[in-house]
Design a binder for this molecule. Structure first.
Ligand code: SF4
Ligand code: SF4
Length: 443
């Protein structure tokens, strides 16, 4: 299954027991169990991380850079995301978290919610002028963008042409750092503190940005232990901690599924999260049932980015932490949302999305055959084989459904004989029909 597409989830074959839980929970049917071990097809994978959540043996992991990568750059800057803040309760002030990041190797930090304020304003202006198609779909979650590319390419024209706040932050920080320190862009490492695999993949193979300004990503789970240690050490000192400029409570709320809508001020909007709900919502848009909604913010992780598979703390704890941090920022802000956001926008020449994004391209699953005639023949063979299968979707063949198994056979990835239930059923049909009270087979 060679693929031109990257993905950031990995299977540790030693740990994998072939239990099929990942196969059954993958929305886009990207996983098969072959010879007792799970295998991911990168052509289909959207990096949602559901397999990470469901694997009972922790055999599925998300790839991310190790902290030693910082040594390759003269200056390293951490992009501090709302989901990062959500890992710590409010007894750890933001300034101590930023100081902690310096302790573990970063030179400085940039508050991504600050970029969220600019992007929310762009989206608000876009929605005010937009003539359709509706609903407009948020561009913030790269796993959602990949789902659209693979399964709903007809909806790509609905996506708002706006950078994700972290990308906008990276463009700004790289430009300003090279200008102020008079160093080359290659000497600057800009690091995303990531809650999920999709954002990591989008740095190395972006679906929506022409040239990403982000160098790489560290998962929140990998940073948590060293940072907690550094924070504890710092809290035992009497140091004064340096404050960095921050965005508003609205920019900070983007870590929650409803935050983006709140930041844009759009009232005719829906917030949807979790792979199954996002998928169901796209089906409803395809059916035309949501064309009276103006904006849909959708996140593949339940609850928004705080529910990502690469976070360190439980999503309900993270929700509570982030809500409290949002309240703290809001207490210090002007009452009107727009006034509060404009007061926080202190960056000169903040990047405009239109200068950096590229059109989203469909990324369909490869056809059954490059030759159209042969592809048709293979489709007929697939349908014929599917009819002979027991329709139990039991997964014993290693595929999630009988239809996906039939497709695997036609593509040459599996043998028709791999369906053990078909063999059993034939055996049962050949056996003498049971009769009377001695029969223990269910009716
Ligand atoms: S969930 Fe998938 S990766 Fe984990 S043990 Fe089961 S088959 Fe293997
Ligand atoms: S990350 Fe998501 S799409 Fe990719 S294999 Fe895992 S469950 Fe499937």
């Amino acid at each position: 299954m060679e693929s031109p597409y990257l993905n950031s989830v990995r299977i540790d074959r030693e740990r994998c027991t072939g239990c099929l839980l990942c196969v059954k929970n993958c929305l886009v049917q990207a996983i098969r169990v072959r010879n007792g071990k799970a295998v991911i097809n990168s052509n289909r994978c959207i990096d949602c991380g559901e397999c990470v959540r469901h694997c009972p043996t922790r055999a599925v992991t998300t790839w991310a850079e190790p902290l030693t990568e910082l040594k390759k750059y003269k200056v390293n800057i951490a992009l501090v995301t709302p989901s990062f803040y959500a890992q710590f309760d409010t007894s750890v002030p933001s300034a101590v978290l930023w100081a902690g990041l310096r302790e573990i190797g970063f030179d400085s930090a940039f508050d991504v919610p600050l970029a969220g304020d600019y992007i929310a304003e762009e989206i608000e202006a876009y929605l005010a002028a937009c003539q359709g198609p509706f609903p407009v779909i948020s561009s913030a979650c790269p796993a959602v963008l990949r789902l659209l590319q693979t399964k709903y390419p007809e909806l790509l024209s609905h996506v708002v042409p706006a950078l994700a706040p972290a990308e906008a932050a990276a463009i700004y920080v790289r430009r300003e750092t090279t200008r102020q320190l008079r160093i080359s862009p290659e000497e600057v490492g800009i690091w995303f503190l990531s809650p999920c695999p999709a954002k990591g993949t989008n740095i190395h193979q972006s679906v929506d940005v022409r040239h990403t300004a982000v160098t790489g990503s560290f998962t929140l789970s990998s940073l948590y232990a060293p940072l907690t240690k550094a924070v504890k050490k710092l809290q035992g000192t009497h140091n004064e901690f340096e404050e960095i400029p921050v965005g508003t409570s609205y920019g900070l709320s983007w870590g929650l599924k409803t935050g983006e809508i709140e930041a844009t001020g759009e009232r005719n909007a829906l917030a949807v999260s979790g792979p199954k709900d996002v998928d169901e919502m796209f089906q409803q848009i395809m059916l035309g049932n949501l064309s009276d909604v103006k904006y849909i913010a959708c996140y593949i992780c339940a609850g928004g980015c705080i529910g990502g598979p690469s976070v360190a703390v439980n999503k309900f704890v993270a929700f509570k932490n982030l809500q409290r941090r949002i309240s703290l920022r809001r207490e210090r802000e002007r009452e009107d949302r727009r006034d509060a956001m404009r007061a926080a926008e202190i960056c000169e020449n903040f990047p405009h999305s239109a200068d950096y994004i590229k059109p989203l391209q469909p990324k369909p699953v490869p056809p059954l055959d490059a030759d159209f005639g042969k592809a048709l023949e293979k489709m007929e063979a697939l349908t014929a084989l599917e009819k002979t299968l027991p329709q139990l979707d039991c997964g014993a063949c290693g595929a999630p459904t009988c239809r996906s198994f039939a497709e695997d056979v036609v593509r040459g990835y599996a043998e028709a004989g791999d369906c053990i239930m078909k063999g059993r059923r034939k055996g049962a049909e050949a056996a003498e029909p049971c009769s009377g009270e001695s029969c223990s087979r269910p009716e």
